[in-house]
Ligand binder design. Structure first.
Ligand SMILES: C[S@@+](CC[C@H](N)C(=O)[O-])C[C@H]1O[C@@H](n2cnc3c(N)ncnc32)[C@H](O)[C@@H]1O
Length: 387
């Protein structure tokens, strides 16, 4: 096993968010291998991505690795799992080079990590999803000890760094939300167009499922979740329908819920499915994403070296707002209020903002990866300690 799959005992024992299972790793690696992956014209996309041109030749699935079958098929196609968004922009802001160390908080399919590794940097990567880790570990094994990965929620990233003996990094990357693979994989239960169990947990070894929430939460709590996390204006109507239905029969599957929502909110020719916002809201609640994001943002500056950088990619306004506010707080030197006789120095001032406005995907990227359409990247640089 070329990479650590266990964390030091004190970390995973004391920390419910950090769980590592060797058996799960082997099982999911095997599923990925025998299940095969969709093929995507990676070779065609790579020149367009420019920055990827120097990447090593595509790895083939190894035989004899963790749970691998002896068959040399299929060809490993990294972008079929998840195409990394804003790749050139991430490289531009993080400036990876040999000798630098980056923390990738959301490893996913390993696309962003691979960009950093291919530029010669070292990467320590986290994901709470054991399947994503298994996939990315295989993909990135060619980088040897320059790549380390752990199963952990990124709210605990300081513990992981501490346990790895790292006091600060040259850059932190976070690409929030779920991967294309998670969204498209019906058994994960994120999709309102694919039948699957109503699950939506990124870490399937922990926490309550979307079915638990939909079947048992108080109606008022469900309305709050739909409003707060989905900005769903029809929240009370949808929740009334959910409650009526669960009194007769509990929800078990994704399409079951999607159909109940569609029965009270017809499409009326709209492009988006009427269950879109409800599914987004439930996913955020199930994974406690907004609390996790706040905890993460509060800890980021302490772990970036002077001159080091952060690049944070969000996909909806609920995510982008706290990112924007946190970076504004860290990059504002003076605070002023009408009741103060004079401005005061901001005790949180420690960064320089690199993006006044969020950076979005170019037309060229949207053509090859339409899922990048709502991606917003914000970046900042840690000031020298003396500042
Ligand atoms: C958008 S994907 C990242 C894709 C990745 N940048 C790539 O290039 O393939 C987000 C990943 O982050 C993981 N994730 C989301 N929230 C997390 C959290 N709080 N802690 C750890 N991993 C998380 C998800 O499981 C998913 O695999």
């Amino acid at each position: 096993m070329p990479y650590p799959v266990t964390l030091p005992a004190p970390l995973w024992r004391t920390n419910p968010g950090v769980q590592v299972s060797l058996a799960a790793w082997g099982r999911s690696a095997l599923r990925g291998l025998v299940g095969g992956l969709n093929r995507w014209p990676l070779e065609a996309a790579m020149p367009a991505m420019g920055v990827l041109a120097s990447m090593p030749a595509l790895p083939q699935w190894e035989s004899g690795g963790a749970g691998a079958s002896r068959s040399p098929e299929p060809v490993f196609d990294p972008l079929a799992y998840h195409a990394p968004v804003l790749p050139e922009e991430v490289l531009h802001f993080l400036q990876p080079s040999p000798g630098k160390l980056f923390l990738d908080c959301t490893l996913g399919g390993g696309g962003h990590s691979e960009l950093l590794l291919a530029a010669g940097a070292e990467v320590i990567a986290l994901d709470q999803d054991s399947e994503a880790l298994a996939h990315a570990r295989l993909r990135l094994q060619q980088y040897g000890s320059r790549f380390r990965s752990y199963q952990s929620n990124f709210r605990y990233f300081p513990h992981v760094l501490e346990e790895a003996g790292i006091s600060a990094v040259d850059g932190i990357l976070a690409d929030f939300g779920v991967s294309s693979h998670q969204l498209d994989d019906a058994p994960r239960g994120f999709s309102f167009i694919r039948e699957g169990p109503l699950d939506m947990r990124m870490n399937r070894e922990d926490g309550q499922t979307a079915a638990d929430l939909v079947n048992h939460a108080e109606p008022g709590e469900l309305v709050r979740i739909l409003r707060e996390y989905g900005e769903e204006r029809q929240a009370p109507r949808i929740v009334r329908a959910i409650v009526k239905r669960r009194e007769q029969r509990l929800f078990e599957t994704t399409l079951d819920l999607a159909q109940v929502i569609e029965s009270v909110i017809p499409r009326h020719g709209k492009k988006t499915h009427p269950a879109t916002l409800t599914f987004q809201a439930l996913r955020l609640a199930v994974n406690d994403e907004m609390t996790v994001l706040d905890e993460f943002l509060a800890q980021v500056p302490r772990w970036v070296k002077p001159g080091g950088r952060v690049a944070l990619i969000s996909f909806h306004s609920g995510e982008d707002r706290p990112v924007k506010q946190a970076l504004a707080r860290y990059s504002t030197e003076w605070l002023d209020r009408p009741e103060w006789p004079e401005p005061r120095r901001n005790p949180d001032f420690c960064m320089r903002l690199l993006t006044r406005k969020p950076v979005e995907a170019t037309e060229a990227e949207l053509k090859r990866n339409p899922r990048a359409r709502s991606a917003k990247l914000r970046a900042a640089e840690r000031l020298p300690q003396s500042a």
